[in-house]
Design a protein around this ligand. Structure first.
Ligand code: NAD
Length: 290
């Protein structure tokens, strides 16, 4: 019997790659429900899978901020169960905190935090009843340590850590595993889709000169990190597969084992936080005077 997988945010990036990989598994191990907010964007996914995987892939509409659309998608799962739930949909928000509107702050929390939680909620009772399951969430290193000019994004991803860790404690009593796949920069549409305050924006021009120049530095840093260190979605998909195939999956997987554990260790080693804050400032603003 196939493992039933449901993935959110499959119109691009990590979700799309994961759906394609699982649906084209040579052993046909998986039946994949690739969900996306806007079905008009399904062509890209279909291009990758061609006509080959009719029996292993179905595309469904699901907006993670809309409870009814989650329940409608759930109804359309013909097997009436989901073995592996992948909460992947997410958005970025970048810029000086002063310029962020309440609406854009609400939206990021709606999608990244409540969207993820609401999706898990919808499938939780089913997984508990069937006595098995695996919930995977696309986490971010921005959920493990703060990043300047990403306050709301980090807040949303830190919150995910808390929600998932809390659930994991309970769910082990139901034979349900919970795994966070912690990604650093990945080559996807993330940078295109994120809401970014531009240096040319009037609101950004109006912030104080020091914040403006630090934001300029941050944007350069961000570009160079994406150019030099971004992983491909295939690298991320490999880690998802490791987690999915493990008989006893870990709670956290790091996709970039070179960069991340040292920063996380640095933070953990010094709970007062001073060393991490200094180190990150140095990395991002390289030597800028306080
Ligand atoms: P992406 O923008 O290509 O993919 C995100 C997907 O989520 C998009 O297809 C988008 O349409 C979808 N989405 C947005 N709002 C939605 C909603 N309300 N309902 C359903 N779907 C919605 O970027 P990605 O990098 O593939 O992002 C996937 C996940 O990876 C996100 O949670 C993101 O935070 C996380 N992540 C990405 C990076 C990176 O550098 N790319 C780093 C760390 C974590």
């Amino acid at each position: 019997e196939k493992k039933v997988v449901l993935i959110t945010g499959c119109s691009s990036g990590i979700g799309l790659s994961l759906a394609v990989r699982l649906a084209s598994d040579p052993a046909k191990t998986f039946k994949v429900y690739a969900t996306m907010r806007n079905l008009a964007k399904k062509e890209r996914l279909l291009e990758f899978v061609k006509e080959l995987h009719r029996d292993t892939l179905e595309i469904l509409q699901m907006d993670v901020t809309d409870q009814q659309s989650i329940l409608d998608a759930k109804e359309k799962v013909v097997e009436k169960r989901v073995d592996i739930l992948v909460c992947n949909a997410g958005l970025g928000l970048m810029g000086p905190l002063e310029v962020q509107s309440l609406d854009s702050m609400r939206q990021i929390l709606e999608v990244n935090l409540l969207g993820t939680i609401q999706t898990i909620q919808a499938f939780l009772a089913g997984m508990k009843a069937q006595g098995q399951g695996h919930i995977l969430v696309t986490g971010s290193t921005g959920g493990l340590h703060g990043l300047p000019f990403n306050e709301l994004y980090c807040a949303s991803k830190f919150a995910i850590e808390g929600a998932c860790e809390s659930l994991a404690i309970l769910l082990q009593h139901f034979n349900i595993n919970m795994s966070l796949i912690e990604c650093g920069p990945v080559n996807t549409d993330f940078l295109v889709n994120l809401q970014k305050a531009e240096l040319e924006d009037l609101s950004v021009q109006q912030v104080d000169a020091k914040t403006f120049s630090l934001y300029e530095k941050y944007l350069q840093h961000c570009n160079s990190v994406f150019q030099n260190a971004a992983q491909d979605t295939e690298d991320i998909v490999k880690i998802f597969l490791t987690a999915i195939q493990s008989p006893s999956p870990a709670f956290r997987y790091f996709t970039n084992s070179v960069v991340e554990p040292p920063l996380t260790k640095l933070k953990a080693a010094q709970p007062d936080g001073i060393q991490y804050i200094k180190a990150m400032s140095k990395i991002v603003f390289s030597g800028e005077e306080k």
